[in-house]
Design a protein around this ligand. Structure first.
Ligand code: ADP
Ligand code: NA
Length: 328
């Protein structure tokens, strides 16, 4: 039987991925390659829903691709590409926009959150239709499954509704994708505020994969914890220590229970120092790999070109049948 197909994308909106991106999402991308036909894209069309400097965007797109390769996305097994290299995304998005109710789009909570944080004059129509472009990303590849976090559930529901609507109006065209809730992913919290998620928008408490490793170790040493002494996993009462244990466990494969036992009688300082070393050991070879890809732009171009070609073999076929059914 054919392997189930998955699609996932990440925005090139930062210079570096952070530990939350990696442990919460990207690590699962690597695992899924084993038993899925995976399509992974750097979604630069999504990035311009908010203002971007062109040179910075171009550089971040390459940096994102290099980081995906460095964490273990294998371009021989998976289709790794840049969204804007595949024109069918924008083309299908238009068709789907015309199937989306204005009110339906207006109910997307992520748009409400994001637009509320911006000056009203700067909220673009693209930010509003973002989830429809996301639906196009998924449906173009006839993805069976989409790995999503809790925050993306509503968008995936919209995707499913649009697929079903198109299928019933025009005839069966799209696979209706299911949410894939990865079992291995962790939610990582901010080191300075361990009750809110680690996010690039709050730099102090974020471990960036491309920052100076010593800096990451220092951030971990100064992570906010609590006034007790016991190293125990207890999210409600000890969110800081719990977060450190989750990160430690995820990076080493050791269970939380094993870590609790190993740190019995030891201090928070020991945990932080040793976790800092674990992080340094993880990011050092990662950074070396990223640098190797950036130092060989021709090779990176070749990988991305090949990825886009392979993506287009699928996306062009889907779009052809969509246009035919719509009456183009
Ligand atoms: P950020 O929150 O820093 O802006 P993005 O929204 O670009 O990150 O997230 C990219 C991917 O990383 C998404 O799949 C998201 O669910 C995941 N992710 C981001 N932050 C975390 C976190 N703190 N813990 C777990 N997963 C995360
Ligand atoms: Na975010």
């Amino acid at each position: 039987a054919a392997r189930p197909r998955v699609l996932s994308g990440i925005q090139p909106t930062a210079d570096s991925f952070h530990l939350g991106n990696y442990l919460g999402a990207l690590r699962e991308w690597v695992v899924m390659q084993d038993d899925h036909d995976a399509f992974y894209c750097v979604v630069d069309l999504h990035a311009i829903t908010v203002a971007q400097d062109p040179e910075v965007l171009r550089q971040r797109t390459r940096l994102s691709a290099a980081q995906l390769l460095a964490i273990g996305i294998d371009p021989d097994r998976s289709t790794l590409f840049v969204q804007s290299h595949v024109p069918e995304h924008a083309q299908l998005s238009w068709v789907l926009e015309c199937l989306t109710g204005f009110g339906e789009a207006g109910r997307m909570t992520q748009f409400k959150d994001k637009s509320a944080r911006q000056d009203a004059d700067h909220v673009s129509v693209g930010l509003f239709t973002y989830p429809v472009l996301q639906a196009a990303d998924i449906l173009l590849y006839q993805a069976d499954a989409v790995p999503v976090g809790e925050d993306q559930r509503q968008h995936l529901e919209l995707t499913r509704n649009l697929a079903q609507r198109f299928n019933s109006r025009y005839g069966n065209t799209f696979t209706v994708p299911a949410a894939h809730i990865p079992k291995e992913t962790a939610k990582i919290y901010d080191l300075q505020d361990p009750t809110s998620k680690m996010s690039k928008s709050v730099p102090a408490g974020v471990v960036e994969l491309l920052e100076e490793p010593k800096r990451s170790a220092k951030k971990i040493r100064s992570a906010v914890t609590d006034l007790e002494r016991e190293i125990r996993y207890d999210v409600d009462n000890k969110p800081g220590i719990s977060n450190l244990l989750v990160i430690y466990s995820a990076l080493t494969g050791r269970s939380i229970a094993d870590l609790e036992a190993a740190y019995e009688g030891k201090g928070y300082g020991d945990l932080k120092k040793e976790l800092g070393e674990v992080v340094v050991e993880f990011v050092t070879p990662f950074q070396r790999q990223v640098r190797a890809y950036l130092d060989d732009p021709a090779e990176l171009d070749k990988v991305l070109h090949r990825g886009a070609e392979r993506a287009r073999e699928v996306s062009a076929e889907t779009l052809r049948s969509v246009f035919d059914r719509v009456g183009f």
